[in-house]
Design a binder for this molecule. Structure first.
Ligand SMILES: C[S@@+](CC[C@H](N)C(=O)[O-])C[C@H]1O[C@@H](n2cnc3c(N)ncnc32)[C@H](O)[C@@H]1O
Length: 234
């Protein structure tokens, strides 16, 4: 199978997931509520292709829309031995394995590794093993402390100058966690990456402004550790 064939197969599975939905859902409307919308998936894919990624860590598999988009990017870039590590403790028990099933039917099992455990235990282990990645996509628990910890360890895993992309930046828990890294650790927003993506009101407050649901950030290069006295409230 040529690399074009492999990309085509992933696209076919992505199309069919969007057209027909997954073979099983947790209930009516759950797929549409939980999964990353197609246009945001396309923007994520295109961003990763522009970055020329070879390795991506993803937190939160669910129905697999974002995972398929990331895999499409990895295969399109075309490095030998691309690597996609996906972390989700609830893929079997909460999602009946449908996200992993979609990845398998797209022929991605040689590229993608599923770690069925919380990101708060998988990421420190991966960091301890010396894993490095070009980018990460975070769409896991959404609790402030868990997002904060994900970003803490991804800072050790994603290479200097690499990317961290988060979904649900409209949620105060996610937005507040990432703001620490922006204000204190030199992560910079990639303006425009999701400018025409899906928007949502901050905190789902009808009176609040709308913001893009995804936020893309670049890690500083070279990395640095600020002195504790330089702490900026966030
Ligand atoms: C919003 S869904 C992800 C949607 C997915 N990006 C898609 O496009 O279909 C959130 C996922 O995070 C997973 N999750 C929840 N807590 C987690 C944790 N502590 N570590 C990793 N994944 C977690 C859930 O099982 C769920 O699959």
């Amino acid at each position: 199978m040529t690399s074009d064939d492999r990309v085509h197969r992933v696209r076919m599975v992505r199309d069919s997931l969007l057209r027909e939905g997954p073979p099983w859902t947790r209930g009516p409307g759950d797929f549409e509520t939980v999964t990353l919308p197609r246009h945001d998936c396309d923007l994520l894919r295109d961003l990763l292709i522009r970055e020329g990624v070879r390795s991506v860590v993803e937190v939160g598999l669910a129905y697999g829309s974002s995972a398929l988009a990331i895999a499409e990017a990895l295969l399109t870039v075309g490095w030998p031995e691309p690597r996609h590590i996906v972390i989700d403790p609830f893929q079997e028990q909460a999602y009946a394995g449908v996200g992993w099933g979609a990845l398998r039917s797209a022929g991605l099992d040689p590229v993608t590794t599923l770690l069925a455990e919380p990101s708060s235990s998988a990421l420190p282990r991966l960091a301890g093993e010396g894993l490095t990645a070009d980018a990460a996509f975070v769409d896991g628990s959404h609790r402030f402390h868990e997002v904060f910890v994900d970003l803490y360890f991804l800072r050790k895993i994603v290479r200097p100058g690499g990317l961290v992309v988060l979904d649900d930046d409209w949620a105060p828990s996610v937005r507040t966690a990432v703001r620490y890294y922006e204000r204190n650790l030199g992560w910079t927003v990639i303006a425009g990456a999701f400018a025409d993506g899906t928007v949502r009101r901050l905190g789902d407050d009808p009176a609040a402004e709308t913001v893009p649901r995804c936020r893309a950030l670049r890690m500083p290069d070279p990395p640095f550790e600020p002195p504790f006295e330089a702490f900026r409230p966030f």
